[in-house]
Design a protein around this ligand. Structure first.
Ligand SMILES: [Zn+2]
Length: 252
């Protein structure tokens, strides 16, 4: 059976003599595996569509649940990401997150990932902020976004988060003996904004200095905690962010 759908390559593995096994994030089927024979050959007609982060309209032949690529039309390569190691590391990490959490329905993960890659490829926002917003919006899609509108106990303004309760508290109502996170007013405002804003406005807010650092640290910590995942590519991203260049294979 021949089928067509749009999707972005989030992972690739060599297979066969010159082929690739592609992991493609789609809008309505989650992540699907597509074999692209001859994908590592320079003469492949769909060469640009079988690269990491290539977003394309794909035509596949499906038999016994296995998909083989027959044709592809590139929509966006996000090539700009390759010239910035930090953006590339962030994109790789976000791709792994998509792989870990995406489910087979139109859950909005694809459009969130495309928005984030577009922002990275065109330097619309700082990489660490794009990463943090992606992490938090993923929580939102997964139904894990907490209420940041006020203290969970008294309703007054609050800015301390309890991981055990997954709720925001003011200093007076804060449960004792639990792990907490000091968010501060600016980060709480940003999180409130993300709980309410339109999907195409997720980067339309500003945070600076310590507030930005707090927001970014919280988004990462909260996603890993709430979704209970341990993405391997996060360490790579952190090494790049901290200025530790990956060792070349020839250096050993
Ligand atoms: Zn309170």
């Amino acid at each position: 059976m021949n089928r067509q759908f749009k999707g972005i390559v989030i992972k690739e593995k060599p297979t066969g003599e010159k082929g690739k096994l592609l992991y493609v994030l789609t809008e309505s089927q989650g992540v699907v595996q597509v074999t692209a024979t001859g994908a590592r050959s320079i003469s492949a007609s769909y060469l640009k569509s079988v690269q990491l982060f290539a977003y394309s309209e794909l035509s596949v032949y499906e038999k016994n649940g296995r998909m083989t690529l027959t044709e592809a039309s590139l929509i966006e390569s996000f090539y700009g990401i390759r010239s910035d190691l930090s953006a590339f590391a962030a994109a790789s990490y976000m791709a792994e997150l998509c792989f870990l959490v995406s489910v087979a329905e139109n859950d909005g993960v694809l459009s969130l990932f495309l928005n984030a890659l577009y922002a990275l490829a065109n330097s619309l926002a700082e990489t660490k902020l794009v990463k943090a917003v992606f992490e938090y919006c993923l929580c939102f899609i997964l139904g894990l976004a907490p209420d940041f509108s006020g203290c969970a106990a008294c309703g007054e303004k609050g800015n301390v988060f309890s991981f055990a309760e997954s709720e925001l508290f003011c200093r007076d109502c804060l449960p004792q003996g639990e792990e907490t996170f000091e968010l501060g007013d600016a980060a709480v405002s940003a999180l409130n904004y993300l709980n309410r804003c339109a999907k195409n406005k997720i980067l339309s807010f500003s945070l600076t200095g310590e507030d930005k650092d707090t927001f970014c640290a919280f988004c990462e910590k909260y996603l890993l905690y709430a979704a209970d995942i341990a993405p391997k590519t996060l360490d790579f991203y952190k090494e790049i962010e901290n200025g530790i260049l990956p060792q070349s294979k020839n250096d050993t």
